[in-house]
Design a protein around this ligand. Structure first.
Ligand code: 3H9
Length: 650
């Protein structure tokens, strides 16, 4: 049964029990509606308490239903029925009341909560807006300014904030139900609050809308739901609740069927599946308290910051005193920057730095449960590190390389206990970027794998398992993507036109702007090394630029020119002259054709990666692109795009 009922002295207790998160599906809606009707007719029932089983109230509508047509009874009707019930419903909330869960609670006459309660309408994250009256009831309960933050800007209210704003009528201690029953008995002797939808709301100053619109647009990254949520809020204030509800429903239904919402749902489920790969479910991770990081450069410091942020102790190994103090300074300035942004306090900065030990040489690594190597990307250098780690670390310590290209099996050659070794490919800046490619070798033990997935969870990363090949998943697709972008240049398509098309699609930067920012020289050196090994790597446009000294922003020019101190790319006649021998006659290509060609290339490489077993699923490839390479979230990823393109062709 997804909804349970108990009766306590004339009070019905309705518990939504639909594990794991009490999501509202058709069966729950049906049952709630039937119960509201039945209780109204039952003279023995005086009031109803609505609660959720387990640690949370209700996480919202069941998202798995959203790929199918809507099925009655509809949640807005259920909420309205509860709101108009003759017997008052009171929501008793612990933990999360999200989306449709909060909307159900808003339909109740009163809400009581424990200190663990939190309230949000995260629908915009799924490319939709609240669809069961949340846009109309919430502003009438907490006021328009706060409602804008919750409905359109994904702000979560904690229990204290909810009490202050009048969303929660009273706080109760655990155990929740006895407290709720006692509260309801007292409340029934007094006048009940007005239903949420009937509460008066005065029109706010016009600036509130214009300011909110600017704020939301600047954060939306092209997503349409947040601004539409604002429009619906505004409609309900200016034209009244009935018009607002009608507008809300129409907008919800149209967004629910949109490609953007499908893309965001795809990522929602992919992100959750990525945390728990089927083959290591049930394998216990090893305990991890102390982590070692070898190398305190940009990557090593970023990894150390991520570990310290997650509460681990860190031993950072550097070669000399200058390196060690530079690493400590880098970490101190990273944490101080977080403090300036108001994310952590001064005490937290000190506490994090207190968990950091910077050492010259390998002293201290014997205490580490895991050690991550982040030194120069050269096989001999990395092998030397692991030979030292093999000597100094405990035999059960997990050893990981942060290589982006080198075959981890070569790095591990000769390492004692190779089953504790694997690749952990972080992305720069490692304390910010969510992606973590996990690259086991054939020897890696299952509990080692389970442990690094657990570390990823603690670090707030999205872990994606990758097989061994040149560039793993992400850099392999990146190389194909760049090669195809350069092929477009050879076909005579303008550099700026290609970048503009990709920005229009939703990337923060086009491929050439991105290369200029990151520097063209690393990929060039990579190609040169392959040429030296005798591999047939043709001359690329990027090679001509690097040979002419144009390595990107750091040299004042690459694909574009840059004025001193200015990062804005300016079209470069000089670059065009250098590239002329490789460029075809200038041609105009529509933005969508450029995008389609680059998408097809990424997806093609993705399919090869899947066929070779380098990625476990198409969704994993999408996660790599979205969390490591700036692929626009609202587009779902290259494999999602391929699925859509195929579906449209049928
Ligand atoms: C909505 O409400 C629309 C309405 O306005 C209008 C309707 C008309 N549905 O995240 P976890 C699954 S839209 C179905 O790992 P945690 C999830 O896939 C909804 N399934 O746990 C996973 O499955 P599996 C608005 C859901 O403890 C399992 O539950 N609400 C839903 O880290 C555990 O999830 C939201 O957007 C769902 N709504 O975090 C809230 N939610 O085990 C979305 C979760 O097979 N949910 N699952 O991998 C969350 O934010 C988090 O899941 C939550 C728990 C904070 C609740």
């Amino acid at each position: 049964m997804t909804v349970n009922i108990d009766i306590d002295g004339g009070i019905a207790i309705v518990t939504i029990a639909n594990p794991p998160v009490n999501a509202i599906n058709a069966a729950v809606r049906e049952r709630l509606l039937t119960l509201a009707q039945a209780f109204d007719k039952d003279p023995a029932i005086r009031a109803v308490i609505l609660t959720g089983a387990g640690a949370l109230f209700v996480a919202g509508a069941d998202i798995t239903e959203f790929d199918r047509p809507v099925e009655p009874p509809f949640l807005p009707d259920v909420v309205a029925r509860i709101e108009r019930a003759a017997k008052p419903w009171v929501a008793a909330i612990r933990g999360a009341a999200l989306g449709g869960g909060l909307e159900l609670a808003l339909g109740c006459r009163m809400r009581i909560a424990t200190g663990t309660a939190r309230f949000a309408l995260p629908e915009v994250n799924l490319g939709i807006i609240p669809g069961s009256g949340g846009t109309q009831r919430l502003p009438r309960v907490i006021g328009i300014a706060e409602a804008i933050r919750v409905v359109a800007e994904n702000h979560t209210l904690d229990a204290a904030e909810a009490v202050r704003l009048g969303l929660v009528d009273a706080m109760v201690e655990e155990p929740l139900l006895p407290g709720a029953i006692a509260f309801v008995r007292v409340a029934l002797d007094k006048a009940l609050p007005v239903p949420s939808l009937d509460r008066p709301l005065s029109e706010p100053a016009q600036e509130i809308w214009t300011e909110a619109e600017q704020r939301i647009a600047s954060h939306a990254k092209g997503a349409s739901a947040p601004l539409q949520a604002l429009e619906v809020l505004k409609c309900g204030i200016e034209q009244g609740a009935a018009a607002g509800l009608a507008r809300e429903r129409a907008t919800f239904l149209s967004l629910r069927g949109s490609e953007e919402a499908a893309a965001l749902r795809h990522l929602f489920f992919a992100e959750r599946a990525a945390m728990r790969p089927a083959d290591i479910r049930g394998t216990a991770p090893r305990p991890v308290d102390t982590a070692g990081v070898v190398g305190g450069g940009t990557m090593g410091s970023g990894i150390a910051a991520a570990l310290l942020n997650a509460g681990l102790s860190v031993v950072l190994v550097e070669q000399d005193a200058a390196g060690a103090s530079r690493a400590r300074e880098t970490l101190a300035s990273l944490f101080e920057a977080s403090q300036r942004r108001g994310q952590i306090t001064g005490e937290e900065v000190a506490e994090r730095l207190g968990r950091l030990e910077t050492n010259i040489g390998y002293g201290g690594v014997e205490r580490c449960d895991v050690v991550i190597e982040a030194v120069f990307e050269e096989l001999a250098v990395k092998r030397a590190v692991f030979s030292e780690l093999g000597r100094f670390c405990r035999p059960d310590a997990i050893l990981a390389t942060n290589t982006s290209y080198i075959d981890p099996r070569l790095i591990a050659e000769g390492l004692p206990e190779p089953e504790r070794f694997l690749g952990l490919h972080f992305f720069s800046p490692a304390h910010v970027m969510k992606l973590l490619e996990i690259v086991p070798t054939p020897e890696t033990a299952p509990d080692v794998l389970a442990t690094v997935f657990e570390i990823a969870r603690r670090l707030g990363k999205i872990p994606v398992r990758a097989g061994i090949c040149d560039g793993f998943i992400g850099n392999r697709i990146l190389r194909r993507f760049r090669t195809e972008a350069e092929a477009l240049v050879r076909d005579g398509v303008g550099i700026a036109a290609i970048d503009a098309a990709m920005r229009g699609f939703g990337f923060a930067m086009g491929p050439f702007e991105m290369q200029d920012m990151a520097g063209l020289d690393i990929a060039f050196l990579h190609r040169e090394a392959a040429r030296k090994r005798g591999e047939p790597v043709p001359d690329m446009p990027g090679d001509l630029l690097v040979r002419a000294g144009r390595k990107g922003q750091k040299t004042g020019g690459g694909w574009y020119d840059y004025a001193p101190g200015d990062r804005r790319p300016q079209p470069s006649a000089k670059a065009e002259r250098i590239l002329a021998p490789l460029m075809g006659p200038r041609t105009d290509m529509a933005g969508e054709v450029i995008v389609a060609r680059l998408m097809a290339t990424m997806a093609q490489e993705g399919q090869a990666i899947l066929a070779e077993g380098i990625a476990a699923s198409a969704a994993d490839i999408d996660l790599v692109e979205v969390h490591g390479y700036g692929f626009p979230r609202r587009r779902g990823g290259p494999m999602f795009q391929l699925g859509r393109a195929d579906a449209n062709r049928v």
